[in-house]
Each structure stands twice: as C-alpha cells, then as structure tokens.
Design a protein around this ligand. Structure first.
Ligand code: AMP
Length: 656
C-alpha cells in the first residue's frame, strides 16, 4: 500500500484536528517574554513534580531564539526547528488519524532533518525509531517489522532505499524533502543545496513560508518567532514511550530498547549534573543517530540545555580537526564539547602525527584545544591507555571516559571535576539515577559482592544552572555516590558481572517478554549488562563482554580489553583485537589480530617481549595474525563476531 505525498496532504486537510494547543506561547516583546518564560518554567517544573516529563522539543519554548543547530546546509534557531516540526506533525497526525503511541521508523541524514522528524513524531505522541542508511535492506525490514512501525518517514535522499521496503511490508511511506530554495537540487537532496530544514512537499506555500522564516539572514541575526505549544500535556508524556534504540545484537538478534520520555529526561538531568552542560556549549556532533551515544549525549542532552550543536554528516577526521580548531568559524560557533568513540580519537591522533609535524603547529593545536574545549568525552568501547596519554599530550586535556549501553544510556562516569580524578583505564562511578552492583555467578544464582548507589538526579529544570540567566548557578555537589554494601575482600578488589538499576535504566525491550520473566533481569529487578567489571579504590573498571571478552585460559580469566590496551602500546601497532580460540589443553588460548602502522613490521616474539612489560605471562597472546583492516561496526567498535568469522580459521592454523 502506497500513500503518495499528495494524497497525504489531502488526508491531512480533511482530518486535521487541533491537537493540544495550550496556553503557552512565546512572544517577542522582551519584558513580556521574560515573564512568559518564567511562568512556563514554573508550570514545567510543577508538571515534573506531578510525575510528568517535559519532552525535549517542548523545552525549545524556553529559549526559542537561541541557535540550536548548524549543519552543512544552514543555521537554525530552536523556534525554526520547532515550527518545521509542528508543520510535519500535522501530516503525521493525519496519516495516523490522530492516534498516539504508535512506533514510526524514520531515516534522515545527520542534519536538521533528523531533529525535525523526531520532534514531529513526539509532538503527535508517537514513538520514534531511528534507522540508519548504513544498514542493508534486510536489517531495515527487521527493525520496521519488529518495532511494528505504523508509518515510515524518510528524507528524500533515502526514498530509493525505503520505497521498496515499504512496498514489500505494505507500510505507508512519508517522504520529506529539503527545500529547493531557488536552486536546482535535481531531486538529490544533500550537497550543495542552500536550503534549511525539511519540507514535506517542496511546492507547498505554507511550508515554504516556514522554511523561509527558518533561514537566518546573512548577518545571522536571531529572529523571534511566535510559536505555540503543540502536543499532549507533560503529564501525558510522563507515562509514555519516546523511542526505541536497537541494540547492536552481537550475541542475539537486535532488541528494541524502550526509552520512555521520563527515562530520557532522567538521563538528561543526570548528564547535565555530572558533566555540567550549559546553554553556552557548542557541541560537535559526529556520531550515528541510531545509537544511544549520538542520540543522548550529543543530541538530546545538548538540545535540552539550549546549547548549540555543530552537526557533521559523519565522522571525517580532517573535518573534525577543522571544527575542533575552529577554522573559519565565528567566535560564538566555535566548538567547546565533543563526544567521540575511541576509534575516532585514534584516527584523529594518527592524522595529527601526519598533519601537524612541526613544534610550532603542535603548540598551537594544544593551546587552542586546551583553551577552547570544556569537555572531551570518550566511550561506547574501551579507551586504550596509550590513547588516553596520547590525547593528553596532543590537547592538554584528559579525556573523560564513561560507560554506557543502549539499555541504560550513560551509567558510569569518571568525574568532571577534579580533572585529575579521571583515571586511566577506569570508568568511575554510577551517574545520578543509577545504582551499580557487581555479582558473582554461583550455582544458586548471582551473589552480590558490592553495590554503589547514586541518588536520583534533580529533574527540575534550572535556567540558572544551564546559564540561561545572569545568575549562573553551579552544579557542584549535585552528584555524590556511596558504597551501600559490600562483601569482605582480601585485597579490596571485587570482580563480577555488572548489574544496574534505577530510574535512568530501562525496564523492558519492545516486543519481548515482560521484565520479570526475562533473563535480562534478576528477580529483584537488576538489569544484567552482560559485562564483567571490577571495583577497587572507589572506581569501576570494565573488563569486557562476559561472553566474548573474558577469556578462560589454563585456569585464568583474562580480560581481552586489558590485553588489547597493552598491545596498542607497541609503537608498530595501529589497531588490535584479542580473542579466545578454543583449545583442548588450555580451554581457550589468547589470540590477537593486529593492523600495523605504515611500513612497520612485527613478530609475535617482539610483541610478547614488549607487552610482557605490562602483562603477566598467562595474559600474553599465543598466536598473532597481521591484517590490513580491522572489522569495526558503525560505532567504530571492534566487531568480534565478524573478526572471529573472518580470521578465526587462520588463527587456528597459526596455532598449530
Ligand atoms: P551499546 O549498547 O551498543 O552502546 O554497547 C554497550 C556496550 O559497549 C557495553 O555493554 C560495553 O560492553 C561496551 N562499552 C561501553 N562503554 C565502554 C567503556 N567505556 N569501556 C569498555 N566497554 C564499553
């Protein structure tokens, strides 16, 4: 069944209903505006106290004239994105006859279109399921079917991918367009179009007018808009679902993690408190948006703070270097925060060695980064120690490593302050709203070893803390953890499976058994992460996925992540993965696949001699395979399933 856009518009006009326009209204007169903002804030905070959640798009009403986003096509205020989303939400509502709580799959580029579509879905009270063009058609079909999506939305650029999928699955497809804006885009969208935002039909006068108004003038003068509140009440959002984030499915089929608006708000408050987000931040966004790292840390937590996002279509090392150094950028658009995965930092560091050869340039790079960057975070995979040190040398900044998952957003983090508290190889303590526990597997189930609690974050919105007023209030003291209980430990080190609990942690997968029957949760409702971790000296350390990274060899348990980190210290090694290979004598033996730096050579003996300075003999690899390229997924994580499939046989042969 196909719903051409023209008929959608007609359906829209026939069915258009007013949906929840409320008393909130942002107006341009300054005095009236301040009063209205303060009233709005008070009502938001009352709603939160009564169990509601303020969806991210609605926070835009607090700072409509601030710049929300700069992408490769233009610069947009919060009001502009909000207006475009409002227009699109009418099409969506019409398509679904005003029904709410349906899942809607959507595919956009990393630009304003993603925010507009996501907000429009939320404005209609439906659930956003972000898709990526990086996935093949079969996977897209799986996500659309598993999520039971009622509608598919895509940017014009991806119609070729999604039209056949929508026809096969008999799902309506809504295509959104970038405006032509007087230039001939030849129907391609993307590069070279001087247009902003999206248009659900490029010839439509109503939307053209919105897009014209979205566009900032050459002098980038802020425009004030009169925008009205759209969508159900905050109380309603407090009890409903916002989005599904599919897990990467390394061990089983990807599962849709249900993110409620409340969980999203809790995570946002937690990150705001722990990492001190503020409206003055300029956040560089280079992460995929079908993953929680890009959705939460870089996108939604930034938008909820009234910050400015500089979004790139994807991670390209040279463009990221240019943005980090602020090349050709206006003062107020210079990047101050970046969230990256270790593979991105590794690539930047490798290009740094090639691009910035002389001391003067290196001094400039270091001085610029340390003066401009407020925060540089790393996570989603282990940050090797050599990279942590190298980045500090390059930038003068200590990376803040954190641990997170699709199921719990961000869970553990090194401290924001003091900077010296950010410890090599560790992921710190539970973030506000998360309790973390290590448990040992016994014949009778899981035996708790140590539990560390962090109180719930303050979910009230504070414009003072966000730096939106002249009374900048500090977040200091808003994040405190305590060890709730622990077993006795001889050397003060606990090691076991990492369990998580709290309002910032999810409670169910979409389309799967309810929580208490699920093997993903313990009987007392702790989420089993599937990661093994240790706790000592008041810090957690991630040892890896229990199923694949904990190698059982000759009676020892070895963390593949620790061995990888040690191997990466070798000057000839550019990339490394460590695997366990089945062995009759040892159970498993440690094997490594490495990529060498240009013109470098390496023997297993040389590697062992070097890594032996940092590892015990039983932790050293027994076989090594040198390859040209390491399989990594869209998030830059080592794809161990593929690595094993591609190289496992060769490693077994080398062993003999
Ligand atoms: P995903 O749900 O795709 O974000 O993957 C979550 C998994 O990434 C976790 O279960 C960990 O195995 C891994 N991970 C995330 N952050 C870290 C980190 N800082 N160190 C080591 N592994 C990490």
């Amino acid at each position: 069944m196909e719903f051409p856009i023209r008929s959608l518009r007609i359906i829209n006009r026939l069915l258009r209903k007013p949906f929840g326009f409320s008393a909130y209204r942002c107006v341009s007169n300054t005095a009236v505006k301040e009063e209205a903002t303060s009233e709005l804030l008070t009502s938001f905070n009352q709603d939160i106290k009564s169990g509601g959640a303020v969806p991210v798009f609605r926070r835009a009403l607090l700072f409509p004239s601030r710049v929300a986003l700069q992408d490769d096509f233009g610069t947009y205020t919060y009001a502009a994105l909000y207006e475009a989303a409002t227009a699109l939400s009418k099409d969506i509502a019409a398509q679904l006859s005003g029904e709410t709580e349906y899942t809607i799959s959507y595919m956009c580029s990393n630009d304003a279109s993603h925010i507009v579509v996501q907000w429009a879905i939320w404005m209609t009270g439906n659930i956003a399921v972000p898709l990526t063009p990086l996935h093949p058609a079969e996977m897209l079909k799986y996500y659309i079917t598993d999520s039971g999506s009622k509608l598919i939305i895509c940017l014009q650029d991806y119609e070729k991918i999604l039209r056949p999928v929508s026809e096969e699955l008999a799902k309506p497809l809504l295509v959104v367009y970038r405006p032509k804006d007087g230039t001939d885009d030849q129907g391609k969208g993307g590069q070279g179009i001087d247009g902003q935002g999206i248009d659900s039909q490029s010839n439509d006068d109503e939307l053209k007018e919105i897009l014209r108004r979205m566009k900032l003038g050459k002098d980038d003068q802020m425009k004030d808009f009169s925008i009205s509140d759209v969508g159900p009440s905050n109380i309603w959002y407090g009890g409903t679902e916002a989005m599904l984030i599919y897990t990467s499915g390394t061990t089983s089929k990807p599962k849709g993690v249900v993110w409620t608006h409340r969980m999203l708000s809790t995570q946002i408050s937690s990150l705001h408190a722990a990492w001190q987000y503020c409206a003055q931040d300029v956040v560089l966004h280079t992460l995929p948006l079908h993953h929680i790292h890009g959705q939460l840390n870089s996108l939604n937590a930034s938008l909820a703070a009234g910050a400015r996002i500089r979004m790139l279509p994807s991670f390209v090392s040279h463009s990221v270097w240019a943005r980090l150094l602020g090349t050709g950028e206006r003062e107020d658009a210079r990047v101050s925060v970046w969230h990256g995965v270790p593979a991105m930092y590794a690539r930047l560091a490798a290009d740094y060695d090639k691009m910035f050869a002389d001391k003067k340039t290196r001094d400039y790079v270091r001085a610029t980064l340390s003066a401009r960057m407020r925060l540089m975070c790393a996570g989603s995979a282990a940050l090797p120690e050599s990279l942590f040190k190298k980045w500090e040398e390059i930038s003068g900044m200590r990376l803040l490593e954190r641990y997170g998952m699709s199921e719990c957003g961000m869970a553990l983090s090194n401290p924001y302050r003091p900077v010296e508290g950010r410890t090599l190889g560790c992921v710190g303590l539970p973030l506000p709203g998360v309790s973390a526990r290590l448990a040992a597997a016994t014949d009778n189930g899981l035996d708790p070893l140590v539990t560390v609690e962090s109180p719930d974050p303050d979910t009230q919105i504070s414009v003072d803390r966000l730096g939106l007023t002249s009374n900048k209030e500090s977040y200091e003291g808003t994040w405190k953890t305590s060890v709730a209980e622990h077993k006795l430990s001889k050397d003060g080190v606990f090691e076991g499976e990492l369990l998580l609990k709290g309002p910032a942690v999810f409670s169910r997968y979409w389309n799967r058994a309810p929580q208490l029957e699920s093997p993903d949760f313990t009987d007392d409702e702790w989420f089993r992460t599937g990661d093994t971790a240790s706790f000592s000296d008041n810090k957690f350390k991630i040892l890896g996925r229990t199923s694949i990274d904990i190698i059982k060899t000759g009676g020892y348990k070895v963390s593949a992540l620790q061995v990888e980190s040690a191997i990466l210290e070798h000057p000839s090694v550019a990339d490394a993965a460590v695997l366990g290979i089945d062995d009759d004598n040892y159970g498993e033996i440690i094997a490594t696949v490495v990529v060498l730096k240009e013109k470098a050579s390496l023997t297993l003996k040389e590697l062992k001699d070097d890594a032996g300075k940092r590892l015990a003999p039983y932790q050293l690899p027994k076989t090594m395979l040198i390859v040209d390229q390491m399989p990594r997924n869209a998030m830059g994580k080592l794809d161990k399933k593929v690595i094993k499939q591609q190289f496992g046989d060769k490693l077994v042969m080398k062993k003999k």
